[in-house]
Structures are given as structure tokens and as C-alpha cells.
Design a protein around this ligand. Sequence first.
Ligand code: FPP
Length: 248
Amino acid sequence: MWTSDGDLLARVDKDKLPRHVAIIMDGNGRWANGRGLLRSAGHVAGVKTLKNILKTAVNLHLEALTVYAFSTENWKRPHTEVDFLMQLFSEYLEREKLEMHQNNVRIKFLGRTEDFAPALQKLMRESVELMKHNTGVKFNVAADYGGQDEIIRAAQKLARRVERGELSPENISITFFEDELDTAGQPPVDLMIRTSGEMRVSNFLLWQAAYAEFWFTDTPWPEFTPEEFVDALVDFGKRNRRFGAVNS
Ligand code: FPP
């Protein structure tokens, strides 16, 4: 089992933890280039970071962790880099799925998936199937994901229901809409973390992050540690969230 974060866990107040943390894992390429390495080496290092952060999320009993692994825009990268990321994604799932399962993780994929190679799609389905009854951290891997794309797909599903006469347009509510998103049944994002100095949302979880707190760091993703992850969680615990209201 993944239980070696002892001192780190002692720093957090369990009552003030976010339920759902989302992470934009940015800076793999710049980290590698800065060391005279290929961008691919940055992605390999990024996978190691991801494993450590998931482990910490498990030890903290976070409800949901969502990571941005591949955006709908990432197809525009050079073929060699796209192929490398796909290969890394497959190897990661193949290698880690059993350990995730043993740690009660429940994996889910957000995004389109149909443009991935059939073997990768099969591996994704098998991983979901393997962990579907787990009750621990909901680990969402956003792959071929874009927030605008997800919202359009949800709107299309609702439009089809209207077309079939199952729903009238006036009855489309926030709840109905959320039920059609890839994150249906999961809590909204409380905390969004972005590494590597950029301060933008890059089409990630646009709906779910409506009231998210943001935490930015200059640290590139390959150097992001469980310690810094806990820094972000502790900082979140100090935020005054009003959700549009005023303090009573
Ligand atoms: C951002 O760095 C990272 C990505 C586009 C991919 C994230 C992928 C990983 C952490 C590894 C693979 C993930 C899985 C689930 C196997 P960047 O390339 O945009 O870096 P840059 O901004 O410095 O160029």
C-alpha cells in the first residue's frame, strides 16, 4: 500500500482539504530543454511526478484528483511527440493499473478517446473495468480533453433528448447539464493547480472550475513534489470561499 507520506500528512487539517483537486501538469518540455535533454525525457520525468502525487492523494483520502494528460489541442504537436506521449500513456496504464487497483483508486477518463489507437482504447476500458467497484480516490485522466468540447458534447446529448421529446428546453438545469459532462456524479473542482509559471486555464474543466481556487507555481511539473502539493492544499485551507455571497 502507498503509505509513506507520514510527516507530510500531519501538516494538513483534514476538515479543510479540497474534495476535488485538478492539476495542469505543465513544463515537462521546458524542464528537459533546460537540461539539454529531449522533451520526451521531460514527459518521462513527468510520469514519475504523477505517480508520487497520486500516491499522496491516496494517502490523504482526497475524493477526486483530475490531471490534464493530453488536450484536444495537443494533437497539433509534432507527430513524434504525439506518438511518444501515446506510448508513454499506454506503458503507464499497463504498468500502474494493478497498483492503483490495490490502492482502491477508481480511474476514469475524461475526453473523446475515439481517436486513440484501438489497443490504447482497450487498455483504457480494461483499466476502468478493473477499478470500477473501488471506493477510494476518483482519479480522472483527461485525455483528448477540452473543456469547450466537453460542454458541446453535453449540449448535443441534451439536444437529442429534447428531439426525442424526453425533455423540454425550459427544464434544462445546472443538474441536468452536469449529468451529461464527463465528470457526472463527481464534486466540482475546489482547487486547480498549474505548474511551470503559466497563469491560464487552457480549456481545462471550464464548467467544473466555476468556483475553483487557483494555485500557481513556477516549479516545472517534473520537479513538483508531494511537499509542494501539500503546500497548495494547506494554502487552500486558508482561503475564504464565498461562492458569490458575502461573509455572515
Ligand atoms: C505539459 O508539458 C505536459 C503535457 C502536455 C503532457 C502531460 C503528460 C505527462 C505528465 C506525462 C504523461 C501522462 C500520462 C497520464 C502518462 P509541456 O510539454 O507542455 O511542457 P512545456 O510547456 O514546457 O513545453
